[in-house]
Design a protein around this ligand. Structure first.
Ligand SMILES: [Zn+2]
Length: 145
């Protein structure tokens, strides 16, 4: 048992370091294939053409629905100042609809009618009105419906 464990390992590679350096040069000399060298820059020109196609896409109108429920940084279209819009909560159509539903259900389900005004106190039910802090004009409105 112990004799087999202490046997010297077999030589890993029959080649020395000098032979390895000769081998590393060998595939480089015979590497270039005639098919690859016949069309050197064709694929490069194709890549640049596809890149310019992506850039030439028509510009997308961003200013349509840019107003959300939070203040937005934009240019005022009235005074042309670069501002962050001032937001204020405004009761839109949604709290009136919820109030109407609660009022009708109050006849049948004994829901107290005082909760009908709750939607007007919840920010998530109110529209957001964006105004310019410089010229105080209305720039847009974020509607819940
Ligand atoms: Zn303005």
């Amino acid at each position: 048992m112990s004799d087999q464990q202490h046997e010297p390992p077999p030589p890993y590679s029959p080649y020395s370091a000098e032979d390895a350096s000769k081998f590393s040069n060998y595939p480089v000399k015979g590497a270039p294939a005639p098919e690859m060298s016949s069309q050197p820059s064709y694929t490069d020109s194709q890549n640049t053409q596809s890149a310019t196609r992506v850039i030439q896409l028509p510009p997308v109108a961003i200013a349509v629905s840019q107003f959300g429920q939070f203040p937005v940084e934009c240019d005022c279209r009235y005074c042309h100042a670069h501002i962050v819009t001032h937001t204020s909560k405004v009761a839109g159509a949604l709290p009136w609809i919820v109030m109407g539903i609660c009022f009708v259900l109050g006849f049948f389900l004994l829901i107290p009618w005082c909760i009908c005004c709750i939607p007007f106190c919840i920010d998530s039910c109110l529209d957001v009105l964006h105004t310019c802090p410089a010229c105080k004009r209305s720039l847009g409105r974020f509607s819940r419906i």
